[in-house]
Design a protein around this ligand. Structure first.
Ligand code: NAD
Ligand code: DAU
Length: 329
């Protein structure tokens, strides 16, 4: 598994190992600003081997895959706003890094499961994207992820690699980096800070609790077919402003904290996924937004030790660059 020290990757490792005590996972992670070794502290150490390395490093990747049954590639630069400001790392990791992993899976003769995103399809006004919808990415992030996906398809067709893709909608839950909408709003609301809503806040996202996504990944890893794509969407679609208002209720704050700031460049208006194909493999999302957001807010309230070091480090500089001139005092 690559990117196992990040938000979704660490949730997947914890859940997978709790359910399969005989499995062992090699986690390869570069520990960028988004990756933290502590995210795996609750996973049984005897079942994890950790390699601090870049997925674009051929030798490190070859060592890590030796003896593995499959590669699951979570590693990516994952934040759209950072991709708009500085796209280079996105191309390097999300495209070139995926290519290196695919070569390693081909050479080792093992399965490659690519963790991808609904953002590769672009925005949809009505209805839902299916796996045969065309790719039409809007941001450097989603274009890089689409590049990775195209390489997965090409390696499957050209070299017969046992490769497949899952594309998920917006995840939320414990351990998510505070640069993303939900944790950013929760932590700002808890501190009584301004809440920067981009544009009119009517952009719609399809929210998926991370534990539900983690369970879908195992279903696809075990039952999915090579060369296929599997969409994994959450049970609810909500405009951002509704999400922010729900967080205000749960943190006991009022709407005067909301600041409508300048919109994100190339901002996709709506994402919506049909998960019929993945549900056909036996998967169902179990956590509805009302429950998931309560659990998430409670986790951030109870885990100050986890987020305080993040909010005081590199994040402060990023936050100033991203929001400094946009926000009222
Ligand atoms: P994250 O930013 O929290 O974690 C990314 C992890 O990858 C970190 O541990 C980081 O250290 C590691 N990493 C980054 N570059 C690396 C490199 N070159 N080599 C090795 N490790 C590297 O991301 P996340 O939100 O957990 O997303 C995980 C995956 O799921 C990504 O591929 C993302 O595109 C995809 N995805 C995310 C969402 C979402 O809502 N967060 C939805 C759909 C798909
Ligand atoms: O859809 C799946 C994608 O979801 C993943 O592929 C990405 O890795 C993940 O970061 C996420 O991308 P989004 O851009 O949708 O997530 P983000 O949390 O950055 O923003 C969610 C929405 O909230 C989006 O419409 C932008 C808006 N937003 C975000 C931030 C950070 C704000 O209004 N204000 C903010 O400060």
């Amino acid at each position: 598994m690559t990117g196992g020290a990040g938000f979704i990757g660490s949730t997947y490792v914890r859940r997978h190992l709790a359910e399969r005590p005989d499995d062992e996972i090699v986690v390869l992670d570069k520990l960028t600003y988004a990756g933290r070794r502590e995210n795996l502290a609750d996973a049984p150490p005897s079942q994890i081997e950790f390699a601090e390395a870049d997925i674009a490093d051929r030798e490190a990747v070859a060592r890590a895959v030796d003896g593995c049954d499959a590669v699951v590639n979570f590693a990516a630069e994952s934040h759209v706003d950072r991709s708009i400001a500085e796209p280079d790392a996105f191309i390097q990791t999300d495209v070139f890094g995926t290519f290196v992993l695919l070569e390693a899976a081909r050479d080792a003769g093992i399965r490659h499961l690519q963790i991808s995103t609904d953002e590769v399809y672009g925005s949809i006004e009505e209805g839902s994207f299916t796996e045969s919808s065309p790719i039409d990415p809007s941001s450097p992030y989603s274009a890089s992820k689409a590049g990775g996906d195209l390489l997965v398809g090409a390696f499957q067709k050209t070299y017969g690699v046992d490769a497949l893709i899952v594309r998920a909608s917006n995840n939320y839950g414990p351990y998510q980096h505070p640069e993303k909408l939900i944790p950013l709003m929760v932590l700002n609301a808890m501190a009584g800070d301004r809440l920067p809503v981009y544009g009119d806040g009517m952009q719609v996202r399809n929210w998926l609790f991370t534990e539900d996504f983690a369970s879908a990944i195992d279903v696809v890893l075990e039952r999915g077919e090579a060369g296929e794509v599997y969409n994994v969407g959450g049970p609810e679609e909500l405009p951002n402003i509704e999400v922010v208002k729900r967080i205000l209720e749960l943190t006991g704050r009022d709407e005067s904290l909301i600041d409508h700031v300048g919109d994100r460049l190339g901002h996709d208006r709506r994402y919506s996924l049909s998960a019929d194909r993945t549900e056909g493999l036996g998967w169902r999302a179990r956590v509805h937004f009302d429950e998931g957001i309560e659990r998430t807010v409670a986790w951030y309230r109870d885990n100050r030790d986890w987020w305080e070091p993040i909010r005081s480090g590199e994040y402060r500089e990023y936050y100033e660059r991203q929001y400094g001139t946009k926000l009222g005092s």
